[in-house]
Ligand binder design. Structure first.
Ligand code: NDP
Length: 249
């Protein structure tokens, strides 16, 4: 647990950090928070105007100039990941941090009723694209002095829950991906990989999953940022292969 972490204001100075799903919810706040701590952030997402808004807010706050990369992870093929990696290589030469944040909630229904193509979409965005991005970006992360990959998990990624379908299964897969990669990199790489469960957080996804809940009753994305900062900054260099929870409850 690193929710009490207090980050120095220059924690991420000169770091290049990619955030997926950076146009809304937790990803947008994480991108703005990383920039406020000195990082140059690469904003990846599927809705360009939302990415532009995040970009403008970062610039207005005086952060380092970010980069925008629109990509629909549901449609993305390996060629897209490869040209994305080439673009980062040309522009920055390396990658210091990768926050896998974009996810689809998918259907909330019993498996017996779950639609196959809805299942495939969730697995595509939440698992296959996460693997594809990680796989193509690993050489650039290896060029960092201390690269950090953070996979976004969920409580339903540790214990299955009725009606959470592909989303729950995709988060189990996320934990698996993190653990396999951490074991492979252990002792032979500067890159560390961990998973992070944000816990109940006030976002569009949460409102869709719990329409009857008062949004004010759950944490705002800003409140869970200490753990995000801890995992992206050098204070977590010795941590790898671990599951973190951003909230105590
Ligand atoms: P939101 O749905 O609010 O935001 C997700 C972001 O990901 C959006 O910006 C969305 O883009 C983007 N995204 C979705 N699909 C794609 C795609 N195909 N290609 C590119 N970008 C895409 O989610 P949260 O902020 O709530 O969640 C962030 C992470 O935290 C997720 O991994 C989620 O599973 C996890 N999480 C959240 C919890 C919560 O309570 N909020 C609890 C536990 C885990 P667009 O804006 O265009 O839709």
């Amino acid at each position: 647990y690193a929710g009490d972490y207090v980050a120095p204001s220059n924690l991420l100075k000169d770091k290049i950090i990619l955030v997926t799903g950076a146009g809304d919810g937790i990803g947008k706040v994480a991108a703005k928070t990383f920039a406020a701590h000195g990082a140059t952030v690469i904003l990846l997402g599927r809705t360009t105007p939302k990415l532009e808004m995040a970009y403008d807010e970062i610039e207005a706050a005086g952060g380092p100039q970010p980069a925008i990369f629109p990509m629909d992870l549901n449609e993305a093929k390996i060629e897209h990941f490869e040209s994305f990696a080439e673009a980062i290589e040309q522009e920055f030469g390396r990658l210091d941090g990768l926050l896998h944040n974009a996810s689809l909630l998918g259907q909330r229904t019993p498996l017996a009723n779950y639609n196959f193509s809805a299942w495939q979409q969730v697995m595509q965005v939440n698992v296959n694209a996460v693997f594809g991005l990680t796989n193509t970006l690993l050489p650039l992360l290896e060029k960092s002095e201390a690269g950090s990959v953070v996979f976004t998990s969920s409580s339903v990624g540790l214990k299955g829950r009725a009606y959470w379908g592909a989303y729950s299964v995709s988060k189990f897969a996320t934990e698996g991906l993190m653990q396999v990669l951490a074991d492979e990199l252990d002792g032979v790489s500067n890159v560390r990989v961990n998973s992070l469960n944000p816990g109940a957080t006030r976002t569009p996804m949460r409102a869709t999953a719990y329409p009857a809940e008062n949004p004010k009753s759950v944490a705002a994305p800003e409140e869970i940022m200490p753990t995000y900062l801890y995992l992206m900054g050098d204070d977590s260099r010795s941590q790898s292969g671990k599951h973190f929870s951003a909230q105590k409850r």
